[in-house]
Design a binder for this molecule. Structure first.
Ligand code: HEM
Ligand SMILES: [Ca+2]
Ligand SMILES: [Ca+2]
Ligand SMILES: [Mn+2]
Length: 339
């Protein structure tokens, strides 16, 4: 008979997990927390590692090819890091490569594991399910599968739809831009974040992208950039348009001040993305190895000096949630260190 309670595996260092095959992940976890993420921080390397999960996985199309979340962006980095949409990704590929070489793990597994561990370092973050056992990539992804910030909403939704994501799932995945900055969109101001709290996984990204644009934080006329509301903050044209398009605006607004929704939709859709091109039945569920994130810090708010009249209302059905502004004068957002 099948035992009612599966015995947990105790690993060499005493930590436990549901499956003994997952024990190999604990030494990798310790190594990356210390030596990739600077002591379990939610900083630049976490942000870049999260971006890498997307740029590896989205190299997947039923008609155009690509192996999805297969580690091809590391295995075939001389090809994929030269794709225009992968500008700047060479740095995190170089940073991750020695960890893949040192540990007994495929590049495809490592990329998704590092992304999940990274998100767990961010206050307000979530435990993204992690499955182990992706085989090595067999080929590079074709070019032009990664969305660009100057693409139209229709182009982005069509590309993401081709990979299996609905418009609301695209919105959910973009919670990632709450712990994110841009280095290459305006190369004169590397490390410029997309929201005022790039070290916290919160709804400020969804709030601040909904405010009227006023300024370019660095130079004007960069391809794929829209005006942002705050000095020191950058806005992608794609995020600006997705926040306002009738296909996505109401879902975008629904993420404001809705931390449980952000967390569970993001975790579920990231988990789906991490399995693109993979056969889940051949992988082992090692989700319990991912650490529990620190609690959210700070309440959803408008930046200091702003009021609800600064919101560019786009959802026709429901009003923007009533939020109050931070006290004090308008401040600027500092860059993410180490970018
Ligand atoms: C759907 C369309 C998307 C577009 C057009 C887009 C575009 C961009 C661009 C242009 C950057 C700045 C890169 C740089 O200049 O350094 C960026 C950063 C980032 N993106 Fe996206 N992105 C999209 C979706 C996603 C998704 C689905 C994820 C999920 C993992 C993601 C995660 C990130 C992260 C974490 C960063 C910050 C990297 C850092 O701080 O170094 N993006 N994205
Ligand atoms: Ca790939
Ligand atoms: Ca944030
Ligand atoms: Mn960066």
């Amino acid at each position: 008979a099948v035992p009612l309670v599966q015995k947990r595996a105790t690993c060499a260092d005493g930590r436990t997990t549901a499956n003994a095959a997952c024990c190999v992940l604990f030494p990798i976890l310790d190594d990356i927390q210390e030596n990739l993420f600077d002591g379990a921080q939610c900083g630049e390397e976490v942000h870049e590692s999260l971006r890498l999960t997307f740029h590896d996985a989205i190299g997947f199309s039923p008609t155009l090819g690509g192996g999805g979340a297969d580690g091809s962006i590391i295995a075939f980095d001389t090809i994929e890091t030269n794709f225009p949409a992968n500008a700047g990704i060479d740095e995190i590929v170089s940073a991750q490569k020695p960890f893949v070489a040192k540990h007994n793990i495929s590049a495809g597994d490592f990329i998704q594991f590092a992304g999940a561990v990274g998100v767990s370092n961010c206050p307000g973050g979530v435990r993204i399910p992690f499955f182990l056992g992706r085989p090595d990539a067999v080929a590079a992804s074709p070019d032009h599968l990664v969305p660009e910030p100057f693409d139209s909403v229709d182009t982005i939704l069509a590309r993401m739809g081709d990979a299996g994501f609905s418009p609301v799932e695209v919105v959910w995945l973009l919670a990632s831009h709450s712990i994110a900055a841009a280095d290459k969109v305006d190369p004169s101001i590397p490390g410029t974040p997309f929201d005022s709290t790039p070290g916290v996984f919160d709804s400020q990204f969804f709030i601040e992208t909904q405010l009227k644009g006023k300024l370019f934080p660095g130079t004007a006329d960069n391809k794929g950039e829209a005006q942002s509301p705050l000095q020191g903050e950058i806005r992608l044209q794609s995020d600006h348009l997705l926040a306002r398009d009738p296909q996505t605006a109401c879902e975008w607004q629904s993420m404001v001040n809705n931390q449980p929704k952000i967390q569970n939709r993001f975790a579920a859709t990231m988990s789906k993305m991490a399995l693109l091109g993979q056969d889940k039945t051949k992988l082992i569920d090692c989700s319990d190895v991912i650490p529990t994130p620190p609690a959210l810090v700070g309440a959803a708010h408008l930046p200091a000096g702003f009021s609800l009249s600064d919101v560019e209302q786009a959802c026709a059905e429901t009003p923007f949630p009533a939020l109050t502004a931070d006290p004090g004068p308008v401040t600027s957002v500092p860059p993410v260190p180490g970018s």
